[in-house]
Design a protein around this ligand. Structure first.
Ligand code: WTA
Length: 631
C-alpha cells in the first residue's frame, strides 16, 4: 500500500476518500500545489471542486448507517465518579444546538470562533458545531494565561468566545471565565471587542471568580439548551478553512496554523484507522490529549468520530487522585487503545509499578506515543508494565503543521524498535538533508524534510502567507522543512533527534525560546534574556533562562520569583523557567548574535566541551557565567 500511495498517489487517495461522504466530487488531479518558492507562491490544494462537511462525516453519516445509539463519548471528569455518556445521536443534537445558537449570533461560513475550556464534551461539540456551519474554530489550551489568550484572540478577531466558568484540575480550581474576562479587557485596549461570550456552567463563579457582563455574556443553559436539535449541514468546498491552531516557532509570536476541510479530514480518518487499527464496533479508544493541542484536534475531536468509534474523554490529570487513575479508567471503560505522551509515561513510571499492576488492564491491545522522542527506557516500561508485553507501541511522529501522523509504525505490520518512530505513513516521502540541502542516502543523520505535499498538510499561516513560506519552504528549496533533526538507520528506520531550531519541547508542549525571552524582558528589571533547553528526566526538556539585569539591580530570590511569575502571566504556568541564571553578560558573536550553543553547554555543566569559541566577542563572559551557576 505504501508503494502505491507514492507511485499512484491520486488513485490511492481517491480510493481512501470513498469511505467519506462527498456532496460533490472532485476534479483531477487530486493535488494541485507548488511547494518550491523558486517557482512562485507556495500553495496546496486537495480535492479541488469537491464539497463535503466534517461534522456530517463525524456524526450524521454514522447515524444514517444505523449507529446512532453507539456511544461516541464516555466522559470522565476530574473527580472519580463524575461521568457522562453521549451516544452519536446525543452528540449530534448537542452539536446542532450549539450551531443554531452560533447562527443566531450571525456566525456563518468563514467566521472565527475562539474556545477556551477544559476537556468536557461541549468542547469537541463546539468544534463540530463550527465545522457544521463552516465557521473556523481556534481552540486555546486552558493552561494559557489571559495575555496569551488575548494575543490569539487579537490575531483571529472572533466575535464569539466559548468558555466555561471554571473547573478542577487535580485538586486545584481553575477560573476559566475570569481568565477570559481579563483577556477580553486586554483585547479592548487593543481595539478589538468580542461581542458574545458563551459560558458553560461548571464551578460557580462565586467560587472561582469571573463575572457575567450583561449584553455580552450568556450561560449555556440560557442560550444553547433551548435551541433546536436539528441544524442543516453547510456543504463546503474542499479547501474551506476548518480551524486555526496557534503554535510556537523559533521566532516571533505564535502563528495560526491553518488547516482546511477535505484533506485534513481524510488524513485524520486514514491515520486513525490504520495506525490504531480502530474497530468501531468493538474498540474503546482513549487519547489523553487536550483539545487545545493538535493531538486533541485530530485524535480526539475528529479521527475517532470519523470512524464512528467509541472514545473516552478525560478531563482530569493522570496523577489525580493518584498515579493509578489512567489504569483505573482503562479498567472502568474496558479501554482497548491508549494514546499518550512520553512525559506522562515517564511521570507515571517514576511513581512505581504498583499503581499500574493493581489494575487488570486486560482490555488493552494497542498503545500509542506522541509529542517528543520516547526514550527506550520509557518505551520498555510502557510496553512491559503497562501493556504486559502484549501491546504494540505506535510511536507517532508528526506536528501541528502536518495535521496527522507522518512517521509511524502500523500495528502488526512494522517490526518495532524502541525509540524509533519507524517508517513513513502512506503518501509521506521523508528525506534527510545535509546542511547544504543535499538529500542523503542510506544510513545518515541530518535535518528532516518532506518531499511532496500530503492531504492533511497545513495550508498557510493565518493572515501571514509570507511567514508560511519563510518558515517552512525557504531553508531547503522544494521541500517542507520540519524543524526536526533525524537519523536514518540501515533498515531505513527514522529516529527523531529533536528540534534543530529554537523551539523547546517541555512535557510535550512546544515553546519558542524567543517567546520566553520576550516575556522575561517585560519585567522592568530585565534588560536581556537568553533561554535554552536542558535535559529533564520527566519533562524531556526544561527551561533554563540566562537573565541580564538593569545596572544597579541586585539579583536575589525575590526577583527570581518575580521573573518566573512574569512568564507564567504572559504565556502560562507550563512555560515557567526551572532555572534563572544571573548573567552580567551573554556570550555573543561580534555581530551581536547570542551563542546559544555556548549557553546550552554552560547550563548542562559541560563547559569543557564548548567547541570553537573563537567567534565570541568577549570570551571572558563564559568564565563569569560558570562561576555564577547555582547562585
Ligand atoms: C516533536 C505534536 C519524536 C517533534 C503532534 C515535532 C516528536 C514536534 C514525536 C511537534 C515523536 C512529536 N517522536 N518527536 N513521536 N511527536 N514530536 O506541533 O519535535 O505540538 O516537531 O505536534 O514535537 O509538536 P506539535
Amino acid at each position: 500500500m505504501y508503494e502505491r500511495s507514492i507511485t499512484d498517489s491520486d488513485d490511492f487517495w481517491a480510493e481512501q476518500a470513498e469511505a467519506l461522504h462527498w456532496n460533490k466530487g472532485w476534479s483531477a488531479p487530486l493535488c494541485q500545489s507548488n511547494i518550491n518558492v523558486e517557482n512562485g507562491p507556495v500553495h496546496i490544494s486537495w480535492f479541488v471542486g469537491a464539497e463535503t462537511n466534517m461534522a456530517y462525516n463525524c456524526l450524521d453519516r454514522h447515524i444514517e448507517a444505523g449507529h446512532g445509539d453507539r456511544v461516541a463519548i464516555f466522559w470522565e471528569g476530574n473527580d472519580e465518579g463524575e461521568e457522562r455518556v453521549l451516544t452519536y445521536s446525543e452528540l449530534k443534537s448537542m452539536v446542532c444546538r450549539i450551531a443554531n445558537y452560533l447562527k443566531s449570533l450571525g456566525v456563518k461560513r468563514g467566521s472565527d470562533v475562539t474556545m477556551y475550556m477544559s476537556l468536557v464534551p461541549e468542547l469537541p461539540a463546539a468544534m463540530l458545531a463550527c465545522a457544521r456551519i463552516g465557521a473556523v474554530h481556534s481552540v486555546v489550551f486552558g493552561g494559557f494565561s489571559a495575555e496569551a489568550l488575548s494575543g490569539r484572540i487579537l490575531d483571529s478577531q472572533p466575535n464569539v468566545v466559548i468558555t466555561s466558568s471554571g473547573t478542577m484540575r487535580g485538586p486545584k480550581p481553575i477560573g476559566l471565565k475570569a481568565i477570559v474576562d481579563d483577556a477580553l479587557d486586554i483585547c479592548e485596549k487593543h481595539g478589538h471587542t468580542v461581542q458574545h461570550v458563551l459560558m458553560l456552567e461548571q464551578l460557580p463563579l462565586a467560587e472561582v471568580g469571573g463575572s457575567m457582563k450583561p449584553g455580552r455574556d450568556v450561560t449555556w443553559r440560557e442560550a444553547v439548551d433551548s435551541q433546536s436539535d436539528e441544524c442543516p449541514v453547510e456543504w463546503l468546498p474542499a479547501e474551506a478553512p476548518l480551524f486555526k491552531l496557534y503554535t510556537s516557532g523559533s521566532t516571533g509570536k505564535p502563528k495560526g496554523v491553518l488547516h482546511t476541510t477535505a484533506g485534513y479530514m481524510l488524513g485524520a480518518l486514514v491515520t486513525t484507522k490504520y495506525v490504531f487499527d480502530v474497530q468501531p464496533a468493538t474498540d474503546v479508544y482513549w487519547c489523553t490529549a487536550d483539545c487545545g493541542w493538535i493531538t486533541g484536534h485530530t485524535y480526539v475531536a475528529y479521527g475517532p468520530l470519523l470512524l464512528g468509534a467509541t472514545q473516552v474523554l478525560f478531563e482530569g490529570v493522570p496523577t489525580w487522585p493518584d498515579a493509578g487513575r489512567c489504569w483505573s479508567i482503562v479498567d472502568k471503560y474496558k479501554v482497548t487503545i491508549v494514546y499518550t505522551a512520553p512525559t506522562a509515561i515517564r511521570a507515571l513510571h517514576a511513581k512505581g509499578d504498583a499503581y499500574v499492576t493493581r489494575y487488570s488492564r486486560a482490555s488493552l491491545r494497542l498503545l500509542g506515543s506522541v509529542g517528543e522522542p520516547i526514550n527506550p527506557e520509557a518505551w520498555r516500561w510502557y510496553h512491559q508494565v503497562v501493556g504486559d508485553g502484549r501491546c504494540p507501541i505506535m510511536d507517532t511522529w508528526w506536528q501541528t503543521e502536518t495535521g496527522g501522523h507522518m512517521i509511524t509504525p502500523l500495528p502488526g505490520a512494522t517490526p518495532l524498535k524502541p525509540g524509533s518512530a519507524t517508517l513513513p505513513f502512506f503518501g509521506v516521502e521523508p528525506v534527510v538533508l545535509d546542511e547544504k540541502g543535499n538529500e542523503l542516502q542510506g544510513p545518515c543523520e541530518g535535518v528532516l524534510c518532506i518531499k511532496k505535499p500530503w492531504p492533511s498538510m497545513m495550508r498557510t499561516v493565518a493572515g501571514d502567507h509570507a511567514r508560511f513560506e519563510q518558515t517552512y519552504f525557504s531553508a531547503y528549496k522544494g521541500y517542507y522543512f520540519t524543524g526536526d533533526g533525524c537519523r536514518r538507520d540501515a533498515d531505513g528506520y527514522y529516529w527523531i533527534t529533536g528540534r534543530v531550531d529554537d523551539v523547546l519541547n517541555v512535557s510535550g508542549h512546544r515553546i519558542g525560546t524567543a517567546e520566553v525571552e520576550s516575556a522575561l524582558v517585560e519585567h522592568p528589571s530585565c534588560v536581556e534574556a537568553a533561554v535554552v533547553g536542558v535535559e529533564h528526566p520527566i519533562k524531556g526538556q526544561s527551561i533554563y533562562a540566562f537573565v541580564t539585569l538593569m545596572t544597579g539591580v541586585e539579583p536575589g530570590d525575590a526577583l527570581r520569583k518575580e521573573l518566573i511569575s512574569t512568564v507564567r502571566k504572559i504565556i502560562g504556568p507550563f512555560a515557567a523557567p526551572d532555572v534563572i541564571h544571573w548573567a552580567p553578560g551573554l556570550p555573543k558573536t561580534r555581530s551581536g548574535k547570542i551563542m546559544r550553543r555556548v549557553l546550552r553547554k554552560i547550563a548542562a555543566k559541560e563547559e569543557d566541551q564548548l567547541g570553537d569559541t573563537s567567534t565570541l566577542a568577549d570570551p571572558s563572559v563564559v568564565q563569569v557565567l560558570v562561576e555564577l551557576r547555582g547562585k
